[in-house]
Write a protein that binds this ligand. Structure first.
Ligand code: NAP
Length: 332
């Protein structure tokens, strides 16, 4: 049987376990032109919160009673597809379930002898690639510029900060836990970091930690943290609007200070992006990140919940900051 996690209800505010439902269906057979994957790893990502809502977005919502959407990695068990053989390792949008049938669209073969399979969902997958293009293309980072990364200990932020270090930049991280602050500074090599949950005055702290101002702000969180960074941007700064996780579980959007005047004064640019806009260049990012991993210039960590049944709890935990690095579920 195939255990699947379905969307049972559209969350109001923070998702709850009862917004999800476990179902068992027979393991599906592949038809001609398809293959069946046994899923080994599931990626949990903040964007999934958006898919649970039916508010208009850049991608259609998961329907009630549908399998939750999600990137996953697994092994081909049975194939009637000319390009996929039994035993091939693949990533794709296979959803929150133990087995999936695919026609190969949006899937990629990966080599687990080069890196652990799980890494293709994180540092060598969507989140690593997001950090790379966000910082270097959207952020147009130049060597030595001053960088601030929010969500610094997470999957995207931890890689963005390390790429900035590779470019010789002073990097300040912001995260919500003392152990995360220790991790980004002492393990990942950020120059400084602070805990926004215990810091009474974000703006003052950013001023202290970035006496030279902020040239590139890699924003994963939005809200009051971002408001505070805006006050310290330099002339021609770039604000990389990658994520706004502080807003994802709010029923009503927060009303913040009007910050656009700061863009005028500093002739600065704030630009949002979706990693998918760089799809034709993923290979470039993965090649660079793989080399940095090999050279020991990038470190990563993963946190894995066990079993498909644990996915809803681990997803809610990730939204609450329970993860350091990439949040995964080990399915098999
Ligand atoms: N634009 C794109 O194409 C793209 C692609 C991938 C991801 N993203 C975005 O990038 C961001 C990071 O994604 P990720 O996959 O790397 O997730 P992640 O950072 O690994 O996990 C989410 C983290 O968000 C932090 N957080 C939760 N609520 C917060 C709040 N109210 N204020 C500040 N921080 C909060 C928590 O860390 P703390 O303990 O530090 O609070 C939590 O660990 C998300 O906003 C995501 O939507 C965008």
């Amino acid at each position: 049987m195939n255990k699947q996690i379905l969307l049972a209800a559209r969350p109001v505010g923070f998702p709850k376990e009862s917004d999800f439902r476990l179902m068992e269906t027979p393991v599906p057979p592949p038809n001609d032109g398809e293959f069946r994957v046994k899923i080994l790893w599931l990626s949990l990502d903040p964007y999934m919160r958006g898919r649970m809502s039916d508010a208009p977005s850049y991608a259609p919502p998961v329907q009630l009673g549908e399998v939750m959407t999600g990137g996953a990695a697994g092994v081909v068990e049975e194939s009637k597809h000319p390009n996929y053989q039994t035993g091939d390792f693949v990533t794709g949008n296979f959803g929150w379930q133990q087995f999936a049938v695919s026609d190969g669209r949006g899937t990629m073969k990966v080599d687990p002898s080069l890196a652990p399979l799980s890494a293709y969902l994180g540092v060598l997958g969507m989140t690593g690639v997001t950090a790379y293009f966000g910082l270097l293309d959207i952020g147009q980072l130049k060597d030595g510029e001053s960088v601030v990364v929010s969500g610094a200990a997470g999957a995207v932020g931890s890689i963005a900060g390390q790429i900035a270090k590779i470019k010789g930049c002073p990097v300040v991280g912001i995260a919500g836990d003392a152990a995360k602050i220790h991790y980004v500074v002492n393990v990942l090599g950020f120059d400084a970091a602070f805990n926004y949950k215990t810091e009474p005055d974000y703006s003052q702290r950013i001023g202290e930690l970035c006496p030279q101002g902020v040239d590139v702000y890699f924003d994963n969180v939005g809200g009051a943290i971002t408001d505070a960074v805006f006050a310290h941007i330099n002339k021609h700064a770039r604000i990389v609007v990658c994520g706004q996780i502080s807003q994802y579980n709010l029923d009503k959007p927060e009303v913040g200070p009007r910050l656009l005047g700061q863009l005028i004064k500093k002739q600065a640019r704030a630009e949002g992006f979706l990693v998918y806009q760089f799809a034709s260049r993923y290979k470039e990012a993965i090649t660079h990140i793989a080399q940095w991993l090999k050279d020991g210039k990038i470190k990563y960590c993963e946190q894995a919940a066990e079993g498909i049944e644990s996915a809803p709890g681990a997803f809610i935990g990730m939204l609450n900051g329970a993860n350091t690095g990439k949040q995964l579920v080990r399915i098999a």
